[in-house]
Design a protein around this ligand. Structure first.
Ligand SMILES: Cc1ncc(COP(=O)(O)O)c(C=O)c1O
Length: 381
C-alpha cells in the first residue's frame, strides 16, 4: 500500500457485529474478562484501547516504523523520549528547538540529575564536538521553529549512531508525508499529533515511533506507568484527521509556496523564511531531504515589535493564535507565544528578531490568503 491508502486502510477493518466501516469509539475505561483463565486482549484503557491501537498502527506505517505509542500531547511524547536518560546521563538539545523542549532542558531534566547542553544542529561537527562520554540522547528537529532552517538529518543521525548516542527527532513541522526520519537513520521520532497529523485544531496529542523493539517497549512502559494516554475519542478524532494527511499536505504546501513567492516580492516584507524559496540558505538540502517544503513560513515585517503587532492584529481570514498544522491559517508572534520562555537576548542569538511573524499556512483558497496579507500589510502605511 502507498501513503494515502495506508492512512485510510491500515488497521481499519470492518468492526464488530455490524461490520462498521468506521471503527466505533470504545469510550470505556475497562473491558470485561470471560473468566480468570483468559486474560482479555484489552483490559484497561490507560494500558490499551482499540482506538489507540488503530491510530498507533497507522502512524507507525506512515512513518515507516514498527512501534508507535500515542500520548496525550506532543510534550508527553517528548517527555517519554527524555525518560531514556537517567541521572548522571547527558542530553544534547539542538539550540533551534521548540520552546517546550527547551523548557524541559532548562527546568525539568536538570532537576532529575541529567546534564543538559546545546548544539548547533546546522553543523554536524558541532554535534560531534558536544558529545561527552555520558551523552545518552541528542534531540533535534527540522524545519526548525520559528525560522525554518533545515538541518541534515541523515548526517546528524549518523554521528549519533557512530558515537553511541540515541537520536530523537521531532517531525512535527514536516509530518510523515514530507519527511521520513527513520529512513534517514534516526532512532526515535516524536510528534505533536496536535498539528498536521490531526490537522483540524481540535485535539491535543503526541506520538513516538521507532523500529527498535527496546525503545518501543520503553515508550509503551512509560505511557502505562505515567498514565500519559490520550482518550479513545481523541484517538478517533485524530485518526479521522489523519486519513486526509496526503491531500491536506499537498494543498498546504502549494498554498505556502504561492504565499511565500508573493511575500518575497512585497515591498513591506523585509525577509521571508521558507525553505521552498530558491533564496533560502537550506533550499538544496530541503529539496534532497523532504518530499515538499512544508507550509510553515516566517516573515520579518517593518522594523519593530509594534509594526509586527500591527500586521498580526490586522488579518481578517488568518487568525492570531498559537499552534500550527490545522486547515485554518494562523499567524503567531513567537516572542509572546512559542518562544516566550526565552529572554530577548536568547531569541536574538537564535535569529528570532522582534519583527518576526510565524505563519502556519492553511488550506483555504490561496487568493483569499494573498488578499488578506495585502490588506494586513497595508496597515504599515
Ligand atoms: C515542533 C513541536 N514539537 C512539540 C510540540 C508540543 O506539542 P503539544 O502542544 O501537542 O504538547 C509543539 C507544539 O507547538 C511543536 O510545535
Amino acid at each position: 500500500m502507498r501513503f494515502a491508502t495506508k492512512a485510510i486502510r491500515v488497521g481499519q477493518n470492518p468492526d464488530g457485529d455490524y461490520r462498521a466501516v468506521v471503527n466505533p469509539i470504545y469510550q470505556t475505561s475497562t473491558f470485561s474478562w470471560q473468566s480468570l483463565a483468559e486474560v482479555p486482549p484489552v483490559d484497561y484503557t490507560r494500558c490499551a484501547n482499540p482506538n489507540r491501537h488503530i491510530l498507533e498502527q497507522v502512524i507507525a506505517s506512515l512513518e515507516g516504523g514498527s512501534f508507535c505509542t500515542v500520548f496525550a500531547s506532543g510534550m508527553a511524547a517528548i517527555t517519554a523520549a527524555g525518560s531514556l536518560a537517567r541521572a548522571g546521563d547527558h542530553v544534547l538539545v539542538a539550540s533551534d528547538i521548540y520552546g517546550g523542549t527547551y523548557r524541559l532542558k532548562e527546568k525539568v531534566w536538570p532537576l532529575q540529575g541529567i546534564e543538559c547542553s546545546e548544539f548547533d544542529a546546522r553543523d554536524p561537527a558541532s554535534l560531534e564536538a558536544a558529545i561527552r562520554p555520558n551523552t545518552r540522547l541528542a534531540i533535534f528537529e527540522s524545519p526548525t521553529n520559528p525560522i525554518l532552517r533545515v538541518v541534515d538529518v541523515a548526517a546528524l543521525a549518523e554521528t549519533c549512531r557512530r558515537r553511541g548516542v540515541l537520536s530523537v527527532f521531532d517531525n512535527t513541522f514536516a509530518s510523515p508525508y514530507l519527511q521520513s526520519p527513520l529512513a534517514l537513520g534516526v532512532d526515535l521520532v516524536v510528534h505533536s499529533n496536535t498539528k498536521y497529523i490531526n490537522g483540524h485544531s481540535d485535539v491535543v496529542g503526541g506520538a513516538t515511533v521507532t523500529n527498535d523493539p527496546e525503545l518501543g517497549q520503553a515508550m509503551f512502559e512509560w505511557l502505562k506507568m505515567t498514565g500519559a494516554a490520550p482518550s479513545p475519542f481523541d484517538c478517533w478524532l485524530t485518526l479521522r484527521g489523519l486519513k486526509t494527511l496526503e491531500v491536506r499536505m499537498e494543498r498546504h504546501c502549494s498554498n505556502a509556496r504561492r504565499l511565500a513567492e508573493h511575500l518575497e516580492r512585497h515591498p513591506r516584507v523585509r525577509r521571508v523564511h521558507y525553505p521552498g524559496l530558491a533564496s533560502h540558505p537550506d533550499h538544496e538540502l530541503a529539496r534532497r531531504q523532504m518530499r515538499d517544503f512544508g507550509a510553515m513560513l516566517a516573515i520579518e515585517v517593518g522594523h519593530s515589535a509594534e509594526e509586527a503587532a500591527r500586521v498580526a492584529e490586522g488579518f481578517r481570514v488568518v487568525q492570531l493564535a498559537e499552534s500550527l498544522g490545522g486547515v485554518e491559517s494562523l499567524v503567531a508572534y513567537p516572542p509572546l507565544m512559542s518562544h516566550a520562555s526565552m529572554s530577548e537576548e536568547e531569541r536574538l542569538a537564535r535569529g528570532i528578531p522582534p519583527n518576526l511573524l510565524r505563519i502556519s499556512v492553511g488550506i483555504e483558497d490561496p487568493d483569499d490568503l494573498i488578499e488578506d496579507f495585502e490588506q494586513a500589510l497595508a496597515r504599515l502605511g
